[in-house]
Design a binder for this molecule. Structure first.
Ligand code: BJW
Ligand code: ZN
Length: 259
């Protein structure tokens, strides 16, 4: 046991107490998550000093135009990310949300394509569907007929001829994610906005809240008379609208909130 003076005190205790009070009083809670929730699992975020967009240009890799121009390059990037994420595991933040969602009073909406919320829910044997706004890294979709397939273990990116093709129509397969300039799945988006409108608390975790329409989902909670709670080491455009902003890491703050 460490000396009493060295015990690590929660730096955000008053904020945590206030959030716990809000969550206890809420009939419905919506958690909207972004890349920050998976950062401590080893999945890179997009923006910020260590973010993917520091080394890669979204216009070269995450638009339909980029895929049409150079599908091999885009596939190479996604094959690398699949491999990277496959080695990652859900962290304490994913587990805390999975536990809370399993209780039935919380929905989880994520912008992440890493599948870590679903994995945490499966590991807890908790039934709770995560709404994946930006698709999944582990699914392919045919450019020709639109049919979706579970991702293959290996994608051969040696040349354009080697790229994966649809077994139904021979069209080129692509990762089933939402790129800039593409519409989100309307059913998923409507469900997310409805959940936000009904929520008494919208817990916004680990997102820079810069990408639309995801960043507007918490506004529906405000319109419905609910409150926002933000968990993020940095401030975001939603900070000023939040009842409480907890400045901390998801893997530390979320378990403390739902313990
Ligand atoms: C921690 C932490 C820790 C770190 N714990 N936290 C209205 C106005 C302006 C533009 C638009 C608009 N409407 C639409 C647009 C265009 C565009 C857009 O929003 N652009 C803005 C960037 C300006 N949106 C679209 O194109 C969308 N489509 C659309 O709207 O269709 C209709 C339409 C089209 C065209 C015009 C108008 C309408 C589609 C958006 C698709 C986004 N796709 C990506 C890639 C997905 C596939 C892939 O992964 O490869 O989605 S981009 C990338 O950003 C990814 C993410 O899901 C998304 C959000 O990022 P996120 O999660 O917020 O991550 P970061 O890195 O930004 O932030 C991490 C945060 O975590 C930071 O705050 C850290 O502090 C924090 N953090 N460690 C907690 N340990
Ligand atoms: Zn097809």
């Amino acid at each position: 046991m460490g000396a009493p003076g060295l015990v690590r005190l929660p730096i955000v205790k008053p904020a945590l107490d206030e959030v716990r009070r809000l969550l206890r009083g809420a009939d419905r809670t919506l958690a909207l998550t972004g890349a920050g929730v998976s950062a401590e699992s080893g999945v890179p975020t997009f923006r910020g000093e260590e973010g993917l967009w520091k080394s890669y240009r979204p216009e070269d890799l995450a638009t339909p135009q980029a895929f049409r121009r150079d599908p091999r390059l885009v596939w190479e990037w996604y094959a690398w990310r699949r491999e990277l994420v496959a080695k990652c595991a859900p962290n304490a933040g994913h587990h805390a949300l999975a536990g809370a969602a399993g209780s039935g009073r919380m929905s989880v909406v994520t912008q992440n394509v890493d599948g870590l919320h679903e994995r945490a829910a499966r590991e807890a044997s908790a039934f709770s569907e995560t709404l994946e706004l930006h698709g999944s890294l582990f699914r392919d979709r045919c450019e020709g007929c639109g049919v979706r397939f579970p991702a293959r273990a290996d994608v051969d990116t040696t040349s354009e001829e080697d790229l994966p093709r649809c077994p139904v129509c021979s069209g080129l397969l692509r990762p089933d994610v939402v790129w800039f300039g593409e519409s989100l799945d309307q059913t998923i988006l409507n469900s997310a906005f409805s959940a936000a409108l009904e929520a008494d608390v919208c817990l916004v975790v680990g997102t820079s809240a810069l990408v639309q329409p995801a960043a507007s989902i918490p506004l529906a909670t405000l319109e419905g008379g609910g409150v926002l709670v933000e968990v993020n080491p940095e401030s975001t455009p939603l900070t000023a609208l939040s009842a409480v902003s907890v400045r901390g890491r998801a893997s530390e703050v979320l378990p403390a909130l739902f313990a």
